[in-house]
Design a protein around this ligand. Structure first.
Ligand SMILES: *Cc1c(COP(=O)(O)O)cnc(C)c1O
Length: 343
């Protein structure tokens, strides 16, 4: 048994995957009478490619990695859910998360009845590597690292991620949903080095495609095979595959958006610092700002009354007193700042 196989739940190790009609044949065909589809062309009458070959090929060209090291999920949410179902035996294994961080790791674990051991980030929002390694044991199947971290906005130190990839007994999952807004290069290239490393990206943030639900996982071919075995056969629908291929034809748009958002992030950060009720604007490598303030609930409610919704993180351990502001369009940011000015 390989080291990765040893981490897989026994029922998944022996699972015989569903074999879809379209994935059983190889080569070219003209007439498809295998999947009970409607034969009349609507543009959508056929099942989509279960392995999304064209999309993966294009993602490898534009974003990086190799198609055989890529899994696509119905949002990162599906990637997280599948990871837990592949590796964590309910009531026995656990995941480790590093709060304050993204809430879906906890939710997916809870749904699966899998324990989540929490090792808080330190005061500087970096990982207490020794504490993580001390808490880890044979039942620690997944460690979720979010970098840049949501909701704190900072990059996690590369050396800490490397140290954990080298010493954590289970798989290390680096969630890079916000990497396009960071100066850090991200860890996709490290998957050749660490067989237990999984890097998640998404089309929901910088790419402007939250509506199509498309998340990526970069990992060894062994881990990709496990994802493919467990996923629903047609998890990425045809409209999504079409839309992402279109977007990947015009990558200039994304570059321009990022430029605007980074300029706005700097501007909003500076302006927020001027308000007397703002205690700290944490520096951000993402498309949002975490801001510590006096009377966060009152400010949150006042903004709601003006039709502006921000994220209230003031009750979250490690983020006491904080609101999280997504960077909007220049006009939206102006309106936010005007509203705060009037308070
Ligand atoms: C927004 C976000 C995602 C994206 O999830 P999708 O399901 O791909 O939309 C993933 N991870 C983090 C930390 C996020 O904040």
């Amino acid at each position: 048994m390989t080291a990765i196989e040893a981490l897989v739940r026994p029922n998944i190790r022996t699972l015989k995957a569903y074999s879809s009609a379209r994935s059983e044949f190889e080569g070219a065909a003209e007439i498809f009478l295998d999947a009970n589809e409607n034969p009349f062309d609507t543009g959508l009458n056929r099942y989509p490619d279960p392995l999304q070959k064209k999309v993966k090929h294009r993602i490898a060209e534009v974003i990086g990695g190799h198609p055989e090291n890529l899994f696509l999920g119905n949002g990162s949410d599906e990637v997280i859910d599948l990871l837990i179902r592949i590796f964590c035996e309910p009531g026995k294994d656990h995941i480790i998360t590093l709060p304050p961080t993204y809430g879906m790791y906890q939710v997916s674990a809870s749904i699966a009845n899998v324990e989540n051991k929490k090792i808080s980030l330190m005061g500087n929002f970096q990982i207490d590597v020794q504490a993580v390694l001390k808490a880890a044991n044979e039942q620690s199947k997944l460690l979720f690292i979010c970098s840049p971290n949501n909701p704190t906005g900072n990059d996690i130190r590369e050396n800490d991620i490397r140290q954990l990839a080298e010493n954590f007994p289970g798989l290390v999952v680096v969630d890079e949903a916000y990497i396009d807004f960071s100066n850090a290069p991200g860890c996709i290239d490290w998957i050749a080095e660490y067989e237990n490393l999984i890097v998640m990206r998404t089309f929901s943030k910088a790419w402007g495609l939250a509506g199509i639900r498309l998340g990526m996982a970069f990992a060894s071919t062994e881990i990709i095979r496990l994802f493919n075995k467990v996923k629903p056969p047609y998890n990425i629908n045809q409209l999504t595959q079409r839309a992402v291929l279109e977007t990947l034809e015009n990558t200039d748009q994304k570059v321009k958006w990022i430029e605007v958002i980074l300029n706005e992030r700097a501007r909003v950060q500076n302006e927020l610092k001027q308000f007397s009720f703002v205690q700290e604007v944490y520096s951000s490598a993402a498309n949002f700002l975490l801001v510590k303030m006096k009377a966060p609930d009152w400010i949150y409610q006042s903004l709601v009354k003006q039709g502006i919704i921000v994220r209230n993180r003031s009750k979250v351990k490690g983020c006491e007193g904080c609101l999280r502001f997504t960077i909007g369009t220049p006009d939206e940011n102006d309106r936010l700042l005007n509203c705060l000015q009037k308070l």
